[in-house]
Design a protein around this ligand. Structure first.
Ligand code: E4P
Length: 312
């Protein structure tokens, strides 16, 4: 019998756990882990964390301080379990404010340093808006590594590579969701999956032009999407899909492999070109806006929870 799919996948791509669930991270032994405001909210609601979070909420100077303290508390726990990067997202509300993103990202890194965790372990996760990508460009110059998220379009991927960011998270499942919603009767299985196609295009563009930015496929709806990207630099996968991979035993084939760069990178896009390309892409425009709204909404729920714990 072939080895389980997860073990085979780990020989081709760096496997990342897309969760703040400590037990799942222990079980699947990923190299890295990613969180986002929705995953931090879930992790914060865990009964075992209640007392510690109440103490954090009471010690915090204000609600932003409390939010960052919770994200770093959970991120530090995860750092003790994985050898690689842990991604921590800056507040979704800052997605259109470069200066505020810079301030908050630096504060997160300082907070991690107070926990004894250096910047080489952390990826600051920022939405791939023009303002977010500008902030990431500056942070990378300061030695702070970034993970550019909510990435749905080729224009976003190009701008991130131009900015020299450490890693991008092109979303797969949310692109499929949008297309399924728009064309309910279309066949999006296998190679027709538009999210898979998007990641492949970005991967080939980066490798073909010699960009060093890591491509990490994210937001998966089924194991088929993951296996269609076997060989991608990194893949961040939810515990439910990690479990499915760990329980299946077919043989998998590597479908993406790095190639030697054939041409030097194209001229960087300017802001006008970026905004034009985004506006031409209805899916990317809608999914980016919706993604920011959803993360901000979950952040508000976490603020409410911390507010209640503060008073308890
Ligand atoms: C990880 O970086 C992303 O936040 C995550 O994969 C999003 O997944 P979802 O589309 O299932 O919420």
């Amino acid at each position: 019998m072939a080895e389980d799919l997860l073990s085979q996948l780990k020989t081709m791509s760096t496997v990342v756990a897309d969760t703040g669930d400590i037990e799942a991270i222990r079980r699947f032994e990923p190299t890295d882990a990613t969180t986002n405001p929705s995953l931090i909210l879930q992790a914060a609601q865990h009964e075992g964390r209640r007392e510690r979070l109440a103490a954090i909420a009471r010690e915090a100077t204000d609600i932003d301080d409390a939010l960052d303290a919770v994200a770093v508390e959970i991120g530090s726990e995860i750092c003790s379990l994985v050898p690689g990067y842990v991604s921590t997202e800056v507040s979704a509300r800052l997605s259109f404010d470069t200066e505020a993103t810079l301030t908050r990202a630096r504060a997160l890194i300082e907070r991690y340093e107070r926990h004894g965790i250096g910047p080489e372990r952390i990826l600051i996760k920022i939405a791939s808006t023009w303002e977010g990508i500008r902030a990431a460009r500056q942070l990378e110059r300061e030695g702070i590594h970034c993970n550019l998220t909510l990435l749905f379009s080729f224009a976003q991927a190009q701008a991130c590579a131009d900015a020299g960011v450490t890693l991008v998270s092109p979303f797969v499942g949310r692109i499929l969701d949008w297309n399924r919603n728009k064309w309910p009767d279309a066949d999006f299985s296998g190679d027709n999956d538009p999210g898979v196609k998007s990641v492949k295009r970005i991967y080939e563009h980066y490798k073909g032009h010699g960009y060093r930015t890591i491509v990490m496929g994210a937001s998966f709806r089924n194991t088929g999407e993951i296996l269609a990207l076997a060989g991608c630099d990194r893949l961040t996968i939810s515990p439910a899909l990690l479990a499915e991979l760990a329980e299946s035993h077919e043989r998998i084939e590597r479908l993406l492999s790095p190639i030697d760069a054939e041409t030097s990178p194209p001229e960087p896009q300017d802001e006008g070109e970026f905004r034009w390309e985004m506006n031409e892409d209805a899916m990317a425009t809608e999914k980016l806006a919706e993604g920011i709204r959803k993360f901000a909404d979950d952040q508000r729920k976490l603020e409410k929870l911390l507010g209640e714990l503060r008073q308890a």
